[in-house]
Design a protein around this ligand. Sequence first.
Ligand SMILES: O=C1O[C@H](COP(=O)(O)O)[C@@H](O)[C@H](O)[C@H]1O
Length: 252
Amino acid sequence: MSTTEICSYPTVQELSKALADYVANLSRETVSARNRFTVGLSGGSLPRILAAELKHRTDIDWDKWIVFFCDERLTPLDSEDSNYKLAKEELFDHVSIPESNIYTIDESLIADAEEAANDYQDKLISVFAAMNTAKFPVFDLLLLGMGPDGHTCSLFPGDAYAEVLNESLAWVTFVENSPKPPPRRITFPPTVLNHAHNVAFVVTGEGKKVVLNKVIDLHDTTYPAAMVKPINGKLVWFLDDAASANLVALKK
Ligand SMILES: O=C1O[C@H](COP(=O)(O)O)[C@@H](O)[C@H](O)[C@H]1O
């Protein structure tokens, strides 16, 4: 059964603390049940907000973490645009996740979005095929952001998004004309997001309050973030009060 929880905090710092508790608890419970913790990370504002408190935690079995990226920009891994680079600087450089457990895109394929997506899908299959019997990978936790246009991962409103949705059996798909630079990206499609055990959105700032109302209160699926509804998992929204100011769901 799927459940949704919405949490809002006065400051981003308080949000970071609550998020660190949530991730640390899930990691502990999952490692004791399954002896590993499979995590999908996003880029944008998420890595900094996530790592601010989490990187100081000493109660996490980092060597049991297996990390993929929910989306990645097709750039060299040392580019300022790379989601991996951001996560490395904010989190990986401060904790002890084994390098071999962090799955990045193949840099030699960044000129060919389809090839890059296929290669990343092969990496996912190599890890998840042995773990799951489901048709899709079942992550223990996916950490997502949402842009002010309602995009999540590299699923954007409009044409590119419609193409992505049609790829419903793919584990990883690609975008060649993202409205937000850089244009070439790979991304998990909604089907993969919705098979996870746990999905957490982290959304902050006044600039996102209008679209948050459309996504959470109105379930308007023209905004891709509204498509995220885990089939059997738990969805938690970590918001700051600036982002949640318009939310009817929170006032009920
Ligand atoms: O381009 C992207 O944007 C989204 C949202 O970023 P944010 O800075 O508004 O939090 C991010 O979740 C995604 O991973 C990234 O590629």
